[in-house]
Design a binder for this molecule. Structure first.
Ligand code: SF4
Ligand code: SF4
Length: 289
């Protein structure tokens, strides 16, 4: 398959997959840049980031280790995110596309642009590239590995695209069965919207028919460390007039752990994971002796 400027785009894609896999990607896929137009608002589409963007490459991997899932210490995962490694790989892929293939490539940085929105929805990119599918618990799930971290690269190179997965990973067969018996799957029963939790939705004919997520409620429960935790603690410290109490806030183990998670981990998980911990997708992969 050749383009006008005579690059064999299928060969370029094969090389991309090999490079990504060799450098630690567990999954790699490509979405068409214009596929975002139907879902992403203006200002947050691939061509807003890179004029003449043709495709979006997604790499996924570096999930928490099986031992992290098994540990009862939530502070472990708070402090030791693994998503920074997938971002490093995203940067390498962007550099590789430019150096090796001679096309523009922009790594989508983690963090937010305007209005607390990411520069480009990485979840949407992962879905449109077939690296995973959306779930009732909200993270993108890969059928074999469950929850992964993802990184996206916008490029002017017209790689052959993959498109979304034909069969979504969610709901798992066990969840369909639980739904038929109890009218709830494991994730919703862990944090049900109508019971003070954050997740709602339903299955119909063995498929996800509707999903709801109270982002604000989840955020106040989950983002109690990392950058939002730092902002909250700093505000409390700045408003504290008593010098000794101010010192207690700034030198507390909570504030120290928050700084560790921001600086050492670079980026941390967005959720408390309890809804994902009970999810059967990827369970064999994260089950060890
Ligand atoms: S991350 Fe935690 S608080 Fe948020 S939806 Fe999942 S279980 Fe609920
Ligand atoms: S527990 Fe079941 S329904 Fe919930 S996200 Fe996982 S697969 Fe989907």
């Amino acid at each position: 398959m050749r383009t006008r400027d005579d690059i064999d785009v299928q060969q370029a894609k094969d090389e991309l997959l090999a490079f990504a896999g060799k450098n630690g990607a567990m999954v790699c896929g490509v979405a068409a840049a214009d596929a975002f137009d139907a879902y992403a608002p203006e200002g947050f589409r691939p061509t807003d980031i890179l004029p003449r963007a043709q495709t979006v490459v997604v790499v996924g991997g570096n999930p928490p280790r099986a031992g992290d899932w098994a540990s009862p210490l939530v502070e472990l995962q708070e402090t030791m995110g693994t998503s920074d490694r997938i971002n490093a790989l995203g940067l390498r892929v962007a550099k590789w596309i430019e150096d090796r293939l001679g096309y523009y490539a922009v790594f989508i940085p983690p963090g937010v642009n305007k209005g607390n929105r990411p520069f480009l929805s990485i979840m949407l990119a992962a879905e449109l590239s077939g690296c995973g599918s959306r779930s009732l618990a909200w993270p993108i799930l890969h059928p074999e590995y469950g929850m992964l971290f993802y990184s996206a690269i916008v490029t002017t190179l017209p790689f052959p695209v993959d498109g979304p997965m034909p069969v979504p990973a969610c709901p798992a067969p066990a969840c369909v069965q639980m739904w038929e018996e109890e009218a709830t799957p494991p994730c919703l029963s862990t944090c049900a919207l109508d019971d003070g939790g954050c997740l709602g939705g339903c299955l119909a004919d063995g498929r996800m028919a509707e999903r709801q997520y109270d982002r604000e409620r989840c955020t106040t429960r989950v983002y109690t460390y990392w950058i939002p935790g730092f902002q909250k603690s700093l505000e409390a410290a700045l408003n504290e007039e008593d010098k000794e109490r101010r010192k207690m806030i700034l030198y507390s183990s909570f504030f120290t752990r928050t700084l560790w998670s921001m600086t050492y981990s670079a980026q941390n998980q967005a959720q408390c994971y309890e809804c994902v911990r009970v999810c059967p997708v990827g369970l064999p992969y994260r089950t060890k002796k």
